[in-house]
Design a protein around this ligand. Structure first.
Ligand code: SAM
Ligand code: SF4
Length: 374
């Protein structure tokens, strides 16, 4: 048996064990040699090919508002960042992005914003979702933060069928270190929201960041098990990238996983999730491209199968800076549209043009629970 085969066998034995624990995952997250990375990558690609195919689904991303009531210590859009020029796109601008997605046969749109619970904002989201659905055959994913169960129901009934809400970290203690203790940032609320989203019927996406101050290897391993145990359908895992107008840019903020290692650890996390969870959708996130110009392509090579080309009007992109060094700030949707297919072909994948690319995990989860009488 070659060295590569032996490493592959060890990874498979570990990840298929019914008693898999955090401590078993940590050594895989810490794998570093060329052979180990190659073994992990080839296993993840085998599972990806067998379970979801070598097809990449596009979700056109529209960052429609940066107004946010929250103050997450890591994010450039946090309420206390007075340097941000706050905006909300109007209906016309969002509909133009939807038209572009439709004309270019993207299967879906993601509408993302800061967190806003005002009635007027919720009405706006419901209205725009209904309008898009009445004009175009596009799947709609929302990423609008924590909302009440009733609001999630209204979003769903308007026609959105997927929702992304990262848990950020599955450790309540760490969550407390990443957010202010002001009653608005509660780990428990995050969990309740994820539960409400699943109960409402959404294809539910969640995920975490890699390399945020104070995070340990055990925390990342815990996130992987959390996503498995919560039966999440769509994963969004991305490296933390600093923003100078946030508390986490301070030099004394303890980053246990240094910036140079964050992309590799993110890739390993994606690979483990693919091997473990098999039929979920996994996004190759923009933050990966912020750390490496081929970060997103590398994500596909480690098991991801979704890419979110940015359709936000170029004039607004500089106002939606979660972190510094965000790529494609001055690249309009058309240029992206020309560049991405070449990049994707280079890794040997095809694009699922015109396909929704819903996560198979969702359909299996729903049918499993209905046959359980759940
Ligand atoms: N406001 C909504 C929410 O928080 O769920 C949606 C928009 S928020 C900007 C989307 C994601 O951006 C968050 O879930 C977080 O993981 C990520 N994010 C924020 N700041 C980041 C940073 N500095 N580096 C990497 N990702 C970041
Ligand atoms: Fe607001 Fe989301 Fe940024 Fe937190 S991560 S400050 S909720 S936009």
């Amino acid at each position: 048996m070659t060295c590569l085969e032996a490493i592959r066998r060890d990874i498979t034995t570990t990840l298929t064990s019914p008693s898999l624990k955090k401590e078993d995952i940590i050594p895989i997250l810490q794998m570093d040699s060329k052979e180990e990375m190659q073994a992990l990558q080839s296993l993840a690609m085998e599972v990806r090919k067998e379970q979801v195919g070598r097809v990449v689904y596009f979700r056109g991303l529209v960052e429609f508002s940066n107004v946010c009531r929250k103050n997450c210590f890591y994010c450039g859009l946090r309420r206390d960042n007075r340097e941000v020029n706050r905006f909300r796109l109007d209906e016309e601008e969002i509909l133009r992005a939807a038209a572009f997605a439709h004309e270019n046969r993207y299967g879906s749109l993601v509408l993302q914003s800061g967190e806003n619970q005002r009635e007027e904002y919720i009405d706006f989201v419901c209205r725009i979702v209904r309008k898009i659905k009445s004009k175009y055959d596009l799947g709609i994913t929302l990423s609008c933060g924590e909302q009440s169960r009733e609001t999630y129901r209204r979003f769903f009934e308007s026609g959105a069928h997927r929702y992304l809400l990262r848990v950020e970290t599955s450790s309540p203690e760490l969550y407390g270190k990443w957010h202010p203790d002001d009653g608005k940032h509660r780990f428990q609320t995050r969990l309740e929201c994820l539960k409400s989203l699943k109960d409402t019927g959404f294809q539910t996406g969640s995920g975490s960041m890699v390399g945020v101050p104070f995070q340990t290897w055990g925390d990342i391993a815990g996130d992987i098990l959390f996503l498995r145990d919560m039966e999440i359908d769509m994963m969004g895992i991305g490296p933390f990238v600093e923003h100078s107008e946030t508390p986490f840019h301070r030099k004394d903020a303890a980053c246990l996983i240094p910036r140079e290692e964050r992309l590799n650890v993110t890739l390993k996390t994606i690979a483990i999730l693919r091997i473990l969870l098999k039929d979920v959708n996994i996004a190759s996130t923009t933050a990966m491209q912020a750390l490496d110009r081929f970060g997103r392509e590398k994500g596909l090579m480690f098991g991801a199968n979704v890419i979110m080309p940015n359709l936000t009007p170029v004039s607004r992109r500089k106002d939606y800076l979660l972190y510094e060094g965000k790529p494609c700030l001055d690249e309009d949707a058309l240029r992206c549209n020309n560049c991405l297919p070449v990049r994707i072909a280079c890794v040997g994948d095809t694009i699922g043009y015109g396909e929704r690319g819903d996560p198979l995990h969702y359909f299996r989860r729903v049918s499993r629970h209905s046959s359980d009488g759940d």
